[in-house]
Structure formats: C-alpha cells, structure tokens
Design a protein around this ligand. Sequence first.
Ligand code: UT7
Length: 344
Amino acid sequence: MSYCPLAQTAKITNQVILVGSGCAYPNQRLTNTQLGLRVDTNDSWIRSRTGIGARRIIGPGETLTDLSYKAASAAIEMAGWDPQSIDLVLLATSTPDDLFGSAPAVQTKLNANNSVAFDLTAACSGFLFALITASQFLRTGSMRRALVIGADQLSSWVNWDDRRTCVLFGDGAGAVAIEAKETSEKGLIDFELRSDGRRGNYLNLNKTKDFSHLIENSSYQTGSFSPIEMNGQEVYKFAVKEVPAILQTLLRKTNTDPQMLDWLLLHQANQRILNAVADRFKISYEKVLTNLADYGNTSAATIPIMLDEAIRSGRVKPGDLIASSGFGAGLSWGAALFRWHGPN
Ligand code: UT7
C-alpha cells in the first residue's frame, strides 16, 4: 500500500470520547482508629487534617494486577467492547507487580490479545498522564480503542511506623475506556501537563544505595527500595499553588468559565487541598468529587476510582463537563477538561 499523506491528515479530526469506567479495591479495610494501634495517631487528627477516614490495603490472595484487571473488565463491560477490539492497554502505576511492567499480564487476563500493553510511571499524576498519552494515539488515528488504568499499592512502600506518611495512602485501581470517534462533539477537550524535577526531593520512593560484593574489585547495587519519604508541607504548598494555576491556564485556553463546570475531579490527596482549589475558582463544594473518607490517597488510582463511583451512583451524567487535575511526585502535575460520554 502506498503512503497517502492526505488520508493521514483527514484522520486528525478524530475526537476522543470516554465510554466506560470501572474500579476495584482490596478487601482489607483499615480505619484511622485501627491505625492508632500501630502509630501515635487518632481519627480526629487524620480526619481534620486530611479528610481520610479509612483506606484499603492489598492482603494475601490479592494482587495489583488482579485489581487492575477487575477495574479494566468493568470499564470494558460498561463500554460494551469486545476485548479483541482493544488497541492499547496503558497501566499507570509506580508499584507494578513486575518491575518490567504489569500491563501485559492485565492484557492477557482481559483476553485483549490484539492490543499493545505497557506501563507508564508518573506517580499520582500517572492516570492523567496516561489518559493524555493514550488519547494521542486515538487523535492521530493510529488506534481506535484504549483502556487507561490507574493502579497503585503504596501500602507496600510506606513506612508503617511513620505517622506523617502512613496515614495518607491506600491501594486500589480504576480504569476508563476511551475511543476515537469522528464527530463534532468533543469528549476530551484539552489538557496541560507539567513536571519539575528540581522539586523532586519533596516526595520520593528511592532505590536503596546498598552494594554487594560480586567478584574481586566488582560490586552490584542490590535491588530494593527505601520507604516513601515526603516533605508534606512542601507538597501541600506545591499542590495549592500549581493545581489552581494549571486549571486556570486550561480554562482560559478553552474559554471555559469555572461556573460552567459540572464537576471538579482532583487527585484525592487531602480534602483541604480540594477545598482550596474549589475556593480559588468559587466552585461550590457540592461540585467537588471526593471519596477520601473511604480510600485515602490511592496515587494513580484516585481519579479513575472517583470518576467510576460518581458515574455508577448517577452523579456524573452523560454530557457533564469535568475539570480534572492530578499532582504528585516528580514533581508532576496536569489537568484535563472533558465531557463524560458514556456507552455508545
Ligand atoms: O499525592 C501527593 C501526596 N502527598 C500529599 O498530598 C501531602 C500533602 N501534605 C499534606 O497533606 C499535609 O502536609 C499533611 C496531612 C501530610 C500534614 O498536615 P500538616 O497540617 O502539614 O501537619 P504538620 O506536618 O505541620 O504536623 C502538625 C503536627 C506535628 O506535631 P507538632 O510538631 O506540631 O507537635 C506533627 O508531628 O501534627 C503532628 N502529626 C500527627 N499527629 C497525629 C503529623 N502526623 C500526625 C498524625 N497523627 N498522623
């Protein structure tokens, strides 16, 4: 077949629409009061400073790959897709079961054998970065259907004796099914993405610096990681400054008045951060989606879990306009403006 530049250009009119969602979380539930049995903390401190009431933790017999599979299956079912029709399985995670990537294992469980599957790491911004990455394949016409999964198991990587961090995080997985459609109605309207490695030391999950003897005059670095280290106050300041700024840029460039938004869908890190962003735009708290009380911060999974819950409970309806922002380690942050479409 000969190369036809005109045909390629014509495909760029594709819009990206969101047609399915799903989520899954572990069985073990740990309340704030239960955490107080392990570290010097209490329900009142955690709720008032973060909004978190409980978190889910992966236990024996569960894996992050399984949770990702369950979330993705639910999204495929809602979308009404044949798994064989999926072109891309993109798994946003910082905590894969396999460091080489867990997306292919999810792909196989889904029977999505015609897809390419790979992992993407951008910490708590991972889902948003993956959504935008996947949407580029759809916009250019090189792919038609993509599953975007956000999943994390930070319970394996927190120091459970450090009350400043262990109270914040939980495990879970969420997914959305997106597809290309030649239409005038826009699903994914626009986006902005940012990173700043200069502030990367505020939140890390670093490899340990231990070396072991290999042979005479040679050593190798052992493959293990130190628990999460975080400068909570700096991350907080970063979030309340950069999230409103990036949303402002996005809303301006799309000529969107904040009052036109049906929902604000932010990375679920801290209720005080969500409220501060809403205050900045004079958005009523009823429009701020939150499930921190039940799950805490599930990193790359917070946005798709929250979206799926809001869709299945009937709060988010087809056509609703949603401004979303993810932020976290890297430092990384991003924002997307989209309308929920729902199944075709
Ligand atoms: O995806 C991004 C992930 N990271 C974040 O979202 C983190 C953003 N930062 C935050 O959410 C907040 O900074 C935290 C919730 C982490 C901390 O809240 P804070 O209001 O900044 O508290 P703080 O660190 O200033 O600590 C205040 C006090 C300290 O005691 P002293 O020094 O005043 O006596 C802490 O030792 O609270 C103490 N404290 C706790 N007390 C009970 C810290 N953690 C706890 C705890 N329980 N879990």
